[in-house]
Design a protein around this ligand. Structure first.
Ligand code: FAD
Ligand code: UDP
Length: 363
């Protein structure tokens, strides 16, 4: 059997690419080293609760086409992400908004909040923010930075905020209204039947081989083109050196109570709590089950053999990634896609957009 496309990875990128090319009459084979489809957006049902096995996933986008695209494969609920942050015995709303500022400083109006923040920015004396710390302080001032950003970011990335790129903190909205919506996007929600069901529908009628690592079947499968959604440096045998990633450890337990923390996502922002956040999965789907499932998320530096989750897009790694891209360009029948293949801090909507763009370039 000869395929038009061998697609490595049954995550979102692989599934969208396979769906689109199959619909264009191409013969696709998807191989996946894990024992399930859906990659990191995989959800599994536990006592009626959709558990996000690889971390909390909230779909959000401002792109109407992408929203319509995912709605072809899943019905989405009206979930709006509104995490809270625990710092010591203090609790704050996220993202940084009037609820946060009111609690932090005992003030009520946007003008009062802006005055405090502007004073703190002035005292810090930053004109052109060059890293995450400077960017954060010049957006929200030192109090919010010290309590809600510094410790969390250090745990999440294992690096000082001064060593991290500014763009990471710009993912979070800053607003002077009493609005706890974590995203500014026009469209938001969670698939009512879980993400796995959505990806299953995308892959309908497409040949998928699970428990199949590309590196153990390399050369055995005949295909005109290969789409690879694993880490780009691994594909090339790390010949130019390792790219850095952050890995995660998930500690999941089912509890005999109906509501553990009253919110889907609670961040622990101080450095002395070892995990970054606790997820209570049922709240993503407004679950009414008598039990609950929670997951503590721990972040660590990736080492070979672990799952890479986050690319570390600092200068060193970005330069190295560009060198790997030059190697990739020498292989015209090879496409790198997705968060690991493209070494980008992509959200789901960006992964879909990237896959659709790539599809549009195919003959
Ligand atoms: P993946 O899902 O990683 O899929 C790649 C697949 O390839 C995997 O299944 C892997 O097993 C397989 N693979 C790798 N190497 C091989 C090999 N050698 N052989 C065979 N198979 C292989 N995005 C949002 O939009 N909203 C969120 O709230 C959100 N939260 C997130 C929370 C966490 C903790 C993380 C880590 C990510 C989050 N994301 C979120 C991002 C989202 O997970 C990604 O955008 C998306 O899942 C990436 O899809 P992908 O197909 O590129 O990668
Ligand atoms: N962040 C923070 N405190 C928080 C939440 C986020 O400092 O309570 C910072 C942190 O650096 C994090 C970044 O904002 O890596 C982006 O947060 P996001 O929630 O988008 O991260 P993700 O869900 O992708 O892990």
């Amino acid at each position: 059997m000869k395929y038009d496309y061998l697609i490595v990875g049954a995550g979102l990128y692989g599934a969208v690419f396979a769906r689109e090319m199959t619909d264009r009459g191409k013969k696709c084979l998807v191989i996946e080293k894990r024992d399930h489809i859906a990659g990191n957006i995989y959800t599994e049902e536990v006592d009626g609760i959709y558990v996000h096995r690889y971390g909390a996933h909230i779909f959000h986008t401002s792109d109407k086409n992408i929203w319509e695209y995912v709605n072809r494969y899943a019905e989405f609920n009206q979930y709006i992400n509104s995490p809270v942050a625990v710092y010591g015995d203090e609790l704050y709303n996220l993202p940084f908004n009037m609820n946060t500022f009111s609690k932090m400083w005992g003030i009520r109006t946007p003008a009062q909040a802006k005055e405090i923040i502007e004073k703190q920015i002035e005292e810090a004396g930053i004109t052109e923010p060059a890293n995450l710390e400077e960017q954060a302080i010049s957006l929200v001032g030192t109090d919010v930075y010290e309590k809600l950003i510094k410790g969390y970011t250090r745990k999440q990335w294992g690096r000082e905020c001064t060593e991290l790129p500014a763009f990471i903190i710009k993912r979070l909205p800053l607003r002077f209204t009493y609005d706890n919506n974590y995203f500014n996007d026009r469209y938001q929600g969670i698939p009512m039947n879980g993400y796995t069901d959505m990806v299953e529908k995308m892959l309908d009628g497409i040949e998928v081989r699970l428990n199949t690592d590309y590196f153990s079947v390399r050369g055995e499968i005949e295909a005109d083109k290969t789409v690879y959604t694993g880490p780009i440096d691994e594909y090339f045998g790390y010949q130019l050196g390792h790219l850095q990633y952050r890995s995660l450890r998930f500690e999941t337990e089912e509890l005999d109570c109906d509501n553990y923390q009253g919110n889907a996502v609670v961040n622990y922002t101080s450095a002395d709590v070892p995990y970054t956040r606790i997820i209570e999965h049922k709240h993503f789907n407004f679950g009414k089950q008598p039990v609950t499932v929670i997951t503590r998320e721990y972040s660590s530096e990736w080492t070979p053999g672990e799952e890479p989750y986050y690319p570390v897009n600092d200068r060193r790694n970005t330069d190295l990634y560009h060198q790997y891209q030059l190697l990739a360009e020498k292989e015209p029948d090879l496409i790198f896609g997705g968060r690991l293949g493209q070494y980008q801090y992509f959200d789901m909507d960006k992964v879909i957009a990237s896959a659709l763009n790539c599809v549009a370039l195919q003959k």
